[in-house]
Design a protein around this ligand. Structure first.
Ligand code: HSE
Length: 437
């Protein structure tokens, strides 16, 4: 058996503590699989005295993660601090600059600085591994980069944020409020330190930026992603979707089209019959459309200590074995920098929920605006309160839900502007895109 691999871990939160436990629990199996003993020898975290349910007494303690990253006491640096800037970035850069392999779960860091970090890793011949950064325990990085190397990938899409999927599932199934569901997700350790990253769609966007680069051989470009979160989704939308044969999911979608590559994150109506619609709770799912394999869906736990630790440990094991992958699948200089398709040019079906003043001519005016722009309607649903016979005042409202056939984002935006100007609408229209399998 060759030399022990000495691992230094920065960040001993939910994931870091789970990595320490998992390496310990699987130490024998990992040693026989990799031919080396893998041992945590040093750690860095903010509070030395916090009870994490792990014994840290044998580890060398560093208050500064950058000092740990540079330390000659470790052969591999694991970054679980989080955040795109500050100590996480400095420590990863320091380790790579010293030619030391890095394993990280930090999607925000990779989405923002992935290109520079991959270039630095190339220059110093250091490994940069990040399986845990996307979809928790699902081995999606390896699947795209190595497993599907013989395919042309046309679309990669999925549920990439466990917190949002947990919230949408609990709201729909248990009729709980948004805030109650978010609190539960926080208590369960799924949410980011700042949960705006989850519910605002930014965490999904960070992960999508990584997947898109791996799938299409393009530069990581998180700024080109259209991002919408789930804050505006109400129980009324979840119920209307179910009546129409759909379920609402926060999806990240990266798609090759004839006009360019689309990258978008938004609440999405998926058919109830689709496999992605059945994915509930903290579970993530990623579907890949590719020429040879056709369609492949990977489903698994997207957040939580053990699941994410599973991916971190897989990367550590690869490095222990000497398996070396080009971080983004291609050398950085070969990645395609073509601009991404703007959201205005997206084409697809739309769900539109309007709060309409209950007056004669309102529905006809809305339908006319749609017809003027050649928007064809798949379905129209108007629900009046049970027992209500006719509007009492001119300000009475009624929810009207429309499903359109395929049209463009710019056409939908124009038509809704016209509908709002006509004065029949009481609130900002709710718009949710439909994604077909
Ligand atoms: N907050 C993230 C989620 C953690 O809910 O999916 C995993 O990246």
């Amino acid at each position: 058996m060759s030399q022990t691999l000495r691992v230094g871990i920065a960040g001993l939160g939910t994931v870091g503590s789970s990595v320490v436990r998992l390496l310990d629990r699987q130490s024998k199996a990992l040693a026989s699989r990799t031919g080396r003993e893998i041992k945590v020898t040093a750690v860095s975290a903010r509070d030395r005295n916090r009870d994490r349910g792990i014994d840290t007494s044998s580890f060398k303690w560093f208050d500064d993660p950058v000092a740990l990253a540079k330390s000659p006491d470790i052969d591999l640096f694991v970054e679980l601090v989080g955040g795109a800037e500050g100590p996480a970035r400095e420590a990863v850069e320091a380790a790579l600059a010293a030619g030391k392999p890095v394993v990280t779960a930090n999607k925000a860091l990779l989405a923002k600085h992935g290109m520079q970090l991959a270039a630095l890793a190339e220059r110093t011949h250091a490994a940069l591994a990040f399986e845990a950064s996307v979809a928790g325990g699902i081995p999606i990085v390896k699947t795209l980069r190595e497993g599907l190397a013989g395919n042309q990938i046309d679309r990669v899409y999925g549920i990439l944020n466990g917190t949002c999927n947990y919230i949408l599932s609990r709201m729909e199934l248990e009729k709980l409020s948004f805030d109650e569901c978010l609190k539960e997700a926080q208590t369960l350790g799924y949410a980011e330190a700042d949960p705006t990253f989850d519910i605002g769609g930014f965490d999904t966007a960070h992960k999508l930026a990584i997947l898109s680069s791996l799938a299409f051989g393009t530069a990581v470009d998180a700024d080109a992603i259209h991002v919408e979160g789930i804050e505006s989704i109400t129980l009324a939308d979840l119920e209307a979707a179910a009546e129409l044969g759909y379920r609402i999911k926060l999806l990240g979608v990266a798609q090759r089209t004839a006009k360019g590559i689309e990258q978008r994150v938004h609440p999405t109506m998926v058919p109830l019959s689709s496999s992605i619609a059945e994915v509930m709770g903290v579970t993530n799912a990623v579907t890949i459309d590719a020429d040879a394999v056709k369609e492949l869906t990977l489903v698994g736990p997207g957040a939580g200590g053990e699941a994410t630790a599973s991916a971190v440990v897989a990367d550590i094991a690869d490095i222990a074995k000497g398996v070396r992958s080009t971080p983004l699948g291609l050398p950085v200089a070969s990645l395609d920098h073509s601009p991404r398709l703007p959201m205005q040019r997206h084409e697809g079906g739309y769900y539109i929920r309007l709060s309409v003043f209950d007056r004669p001519g309102a529905a006809a005016a809305i339908a006319m605006r749609m017809a003027e722009r050649q928007i064809s309607l798949e379905s129209i649903m108007q629900r009046t309160r049970p027992g209500r016979r006719s509007p009492v005042t001119a300000l009475d409202r009624v929810p009207v839900v429309l499903l359109t056939y395929a049209t463009s984002e710019s056409t939908i935006r124009e038509v809704l502007e016209a509908v709002v100007k006509d004065g029949y609408i009481a609130e900002k229209p709710q718009v949710i895109r439909i994604e077909r399998e």
